[in-house]
Structure formats: structure tokens, C-alpha cells
Write a protein that binds this ligand. Structure first.
Ligand SMILES: Nc1ncnc2c1ncn2[C@@H]1O[C@H](COP(=O)(O)OP(=O)(O)OP(=O)(O)O)[C@@H](O)[C@H]1O
Length: 512
């Protein structure tokens, strides 16, 4: 005996139609498991019933006035929809999990069951996700972002790194009903997040200087003009380039980056502009498209453009002016449509003055300029960068790093960060790997160079060092004293001498 699923279709919308049908079931003492009634159709699930009784019930139901047909069905429509949806989710090549508000698993697709929860074949519906991962940490990151907003984070599961997206699901009554978590595999070898679309949300900063630069970037992403990003090595130039692309109208098209300093000239030329078959011994027979062709409709990022050889600068200028590219060894010119973003960590104006970089090319590539300040000029960013990288690296090293001791933070603040955010990231990775407690201590922080106060590092002569120190002392004293006279007294110099020194070092007391 099996449960029965039936569909009753009515020919008219008569009152008591359903009541009459239920009366028949009641007469034969058949229990009802579930039913759903619409204007002309009723779906009913019944308790198991003997075959001969079932035949009688069918006859009586069919003879009721108003009911058109009775069908035995395999699945109710909502079950059919659910099965279809589940099949679709099961073929998606990343992990999908639906959770209740309290973290109970409502649904996992095949990928997540196998690779994330490692429970393939087992039903884990109703089990709390905390059994499998540090869910509270993920949720706390999400809470910081604010409700109803998708949050992203990275997480290592087994030996695989994942980008985890957490999306709140809000029902029709505007109430948070569940969370959808998606897991995307990331490239393990480089520990790079660049395989995923970088947005301005991935640029971690809270200093005014950086927030301004980020706003500038957002604004420029709405335009299609070339952008030149300048800034020291490791300040995040590539990160900005990617964020601009992903916030531009070209975001669904390729972003192709090339480092002009890392490739020999001849190779760079063929990478940029492509080559025709037979041009180079060892080259591809069918030739190769250059990045201006490959990136069709997207963005080309020329990193370290200051290192480009003069003859390539001339060729690039021509290509940009004509919006046409001719492959090396080829005769035909091809139109292209890309946005150009370039970057350099060199002083490009000096290079122009020294005739190392073409002024006309600079005009072409520098319609918009973004200058990313070095980390030492925005140390207000260190605490939030600490939080960001401590999170990433503690997961990587399976540690739970909650914070940082004051002494250790002071050490970070006193350092000059010549390698900028990249160096900061490496120092924190080392600290996370070394740490034996929940707080990073001063001894976990191994800096690449000794700490030298910033001003004392400028210039190499004794005179430069003394002047830097003098300027710093005067600035500090002016900041903490109410008047120049009082500062002079504390510094044990005359009022006149202090005023002369302020003129010499261009110190404006109102701007301190
Ligand atoms: N504000 C930031 N928030 C988060 N990560 C950052 C930030 N700035 C830089 N990074 C990280 O620091 C590293 C270096 O950044 P990126 O490669 O973009 O720098 P760059 O200026 O292009 O360096 P280079 O001049 O050496 O090419 C990357 O791992 C990047 O993700």
C-alpha cells in the first residue's frame, strides 16, 4: 500500500465542491496528509489505501457533479519545481548552501556537500553549519558590512581556498528569512584574489587621503578615458585598475594586464600588438593576436609603463591615436575598442624632463590621474588593514587571531613601510604564522628593515638628518604648545630663532 497523490479538476467553481470530495474520503476512512485547493483544481495527498477501496473512492469522486477529472500524479507542481531547481543547483560548478537565520542548513547542492561539508550522500538538512565551519566569524564580517548587503570573505577548507559570498534573503514582508552562501574556488598557488572580480569594496582603507582616491577611482570608472595610476610599488595600483574596470561599462569584457618591465622588448611588442604567422622563428604558424585585439571591448592594463622602450612608446602612441593596430609582420590594420589604464611607480614627469618618456604619449595616457599615497603617509589605514590581513592569514594558518597588543601596533605605526601594503601584508603573514596566542605580540612582528623615524630617512648627509630632526622637533612642539613663544621656551631657544626656523622649513602653525 502506498500513499496516493491526486489532482481533481473541476468544470465549474461551485460551492462545497471540495467538501463533497472530502466527504467521500471520510466515508471510506482515508486519512488526509496534505491538500491544496485552487478555484478549479485541488491537489490531495492521501494515506495508503487498499486497492479495492481505492477503486470505489475513484468511482464515487468521478460521479460527483462538478468534478471533471481525477488524475493520479507522481509529483505535485511545487515538488516538480523544487526538483528542477535542485537539479539546476546541483550542476552549478560552485558550492551553494541555504541557511536559516540561526545557521541551520536548509539546503546544500552536490558541490557543497562533496567539497565544502564533505558529506556527499548524507542528508545534513537541519544540522547547524557551526558543526562544519567558523560561521560566527563569517557572520560577524557580514554584520560589519551592514544588513541586507552581500558580504565577501575568503576561507580555506581542506587544502582549497574559497571566496565565500554571503547573501541575506529578505522575504516579501521585508523580514530576513535565510542566508545564501556561495563558495567559489580560488587560485591556491598565488593566494591571489584577482581571479575574482575586484571591486572598490576590496580596497581596504579609512584614511581621508585614500577615501578621496577611492572616490576619484569610482568617478573615473564611469568614464571611458585613459587613466594613469601613479604610486610607489605595492600601494595597490593594480587593485585600483581592476576595480575601475569592474565598475565600468566594460566589466563583462576582458581585463588584460601586462607588465612592461617584466618582458623583453621584442616579446612585449608582440604581446601588445600581436604578430602574423611566419614572422618569428619558433612563433605560432597561425600568428597571434595582441592584447589590444584580445581585450576587445574590455580594458588593457599596462603596468610599469615607464619601463617601455622608446620605439615601443612611439608605436603605442600611433596605435592609440589611430585606434587601429597592425600585427608585427602584418599588412592589415584592425580597429580595436579598449579602455587603457596604465600605471607606474616612477616619477614620470622627471622621465619626461630627462627625455626617457614621451610627453605626447603621457598626454594620451594621462587624461585622468590617480596618485595613490604611500602607506607611511596614511598610517590611519594600518588598523583596518591589520584586521583585513590578520583575518585572511589566520584562516590560512588555522589560527584565531583576535587582535594585536598595543606595543605591537606601535611597532607597526613607527615603521616606514617602504614596500607599502604588499610589505605590510607579508609582515602580517609572517606574524600570523609565528603567533602562538590570540593576540599578535611585538615579537611576532619581524620587519624587513630597522625602524627609523620617517623624517630622518630623507637625505643621506649629516646636515639633512639634523635638519629633518630639527623640523620634526619644532613641529611636535608647536602642536602641543599653545603659542610659538611657549614652544620656543620648551625648546630652549629664542622666540626669534624659532620663527626663523619655521620660515626656513615652511612650517605653518595653522596647518599642523
Ligand atoms: N588598500 C588595500 N586593501 C587591500 N589590499 C591591498 C590594498 N593595497 C594593496 N593591497 C594588496 O597589496 C598587494 C600589492 O598591490 P598591487 O599589486 O595592486 O600594488 P601595485 O602598486 O600594483 O604594485 P607594483 O607597483 O609592485 O606592481 C596586493 O596583494 C593587493 O591586493
Amino acid at each position: 500500500m502506498e500513499t496516493k497523490k491526486i489532482k481533481l479538476t473541476a468544470s465549474e467553481d461551485r460551492p462545497h465542491l471540495t467538501y463533497e470530495a472530502l466527504s467521500v474520503l471520510h466515508k471510506y476512512d482515508v486519512g488526509l496528509i496534505w491538500m491544496e485547493v485552487y478555484a478549479y483544481v485541488a491537489y490531495i495527498k492521501l494515506m495508503p489505501v487498499e486497492d479495492d477501496v481505492w477503486e470505489k473512492i475513484k468511482d464515487e469522486l468521478n460521479s460527483l457533479k462538478g468534478w471533471d477529472s481525477l488524475e493520479e500524479i507522481e509529483l505535485f507542481p511545487f515538488e516538480e519545481k523544487n526538483t528542477e531547481l535542485k537539479k539546476v543547483l546541483d550542476v552549478i560548478p560552485h558550492g551553494v548552501t541555504l541557511l536559516s537565520r540561526t545557521g541551520d542548513i536548509k539546503y546544500v547542492n552536490d558541490y557543497a556537500a562533496e567539497k565544502i561539508f564533505m558529506t556527499a550522500g548524507k542528508d545534513i538538512t537541519g544540522v547547524n553549519i557551526r558543526k562544519y565551519m567558523d560561521y560566527d566569524k563569517l557572520i560577524s564580517f557580514f554584520n560589519k558590512k551592514g544588513k541586507n548587503v552581500m558580504a565577501k570573505d575568503t576561507m580555506e577548507i581542506g587544502t582549497q581556498l574559497y571566496q565565500v559570498n554571503l547573501q541575506p534573503i529578505i522575504n516579501e514582508e521585508n523580514v530576513l528569512s535565510s542566508y545564501l552562501i556561495s563558495f567559489y574556488e580560488m587560485d591556491n598557488t598565488s593566494f591571489s584574489r584577482y581571479d575574482n572580480p575586484i571591486t572598490f569594496d576590496d580596497i581596504v582603507a579609512e584614511s581621508n587621503k585614500m577615501l578621496q582616491v577611492i572616490n576619484q577611482g569610482k568617478l573615473y570608472s564611469k568614464s571611458d578615458s585613459p587613466v594613469l595610476i601613479t604610486g610607489e610599488s605595492g600601494t595597490g595600483k593594480e587593485l585600483f585598475a581592476r576595480a575601475i574596470h569592474n565598475e565600468s561599462r566594460r566589466k563583462s569584457k576582458p581585463f588584460i594586464a601586462i607588465n612592461c618591465a617584466a618582458i623583453p622588448d621584442q616579446l612585449l611588442e608582440s604581446e601588445l600588438f600581436g604578430y602574423e604567422g611566419g614572422t618569428f622563428t619558433g612563433g605560432r604558424k597561425e600568428g597571434k593576436a595582441g592584447i589590444f585585439e584580445i581585450a576587445g571591448g574590455g580594458t588593457v592594463f599596462l603596468d610599469e609603463i615607464g619601463d617601455m622602450a622608446p620605439h615601443l612608446q612611439a608605436k603605442l602612441l600611433r596605435v592609440l591615436q589611430e585606434k587601429k593596430v597592425r600585427r608585427v609582420g602584418g599588412a592589415n590594420e584592425v580597429n580595436f575598442d579598449v579602455r587603457l589604464i596604465s600605471a607606474t611607480n616612477q616619477n614620470i614627469d622627471h622621465m619626461v624632463k630627462n627625455k626617457e618618456f614621451r610627453l605626447d604619449l603621457l598626454f594620451r595616457i594621462n587624461i585622468f590621474n590617480i596618485n595613490i599615497p604611500p602607506l607611511r603617509e596614511r598610517k590611519e589605514d594600518l588598523p583596518i588593514l591589520f584586521e583585513h590581513f590578520a583575518g585572511i592569514h589566520s584562516r590560512r594558518y588555522h589560527k584565531y587571531i583576535k587582535g594585536i597588543e598595543q606595543n605591537a601596533m606601535r611597532k607597526l605605526l613607527n615603521y616606514n613601510w617602504p614596500g607599502n601594503v604588499r610589505e605590510f601584508q607579508n609582515v602580517l603573514e609572517r606574524a600570523a604564522a609565528l603567533s602562538t596566542s590570540e593576540e599578535i605580540t611585538s615579537k611576532d612582528i619581524m620587519l624587513n628593515y630597522d625602524i627609523v623615524p620617517e623624517e630622518e630617512t630623507s637625505g643621506t648627509s649629516l646636515k639633512d638628518c639634523i635638519e629633518s630632526l630639527e623640523k620634526r622637533k619644532i613641529t611636535e612642539s608647536l602642536k602641543v604648545n599653545k603659542s610659538i613663544r611657549e614652544a620656543a621656551k620648551n625648546l630652549e631657544v629664542t622666540h626669534t630663532l624659532l620663527i626663523n626656523r619655521m620660515k626656513k622649513y615652511n612650517i605653518d602653525r595653522n596647518n599642523l
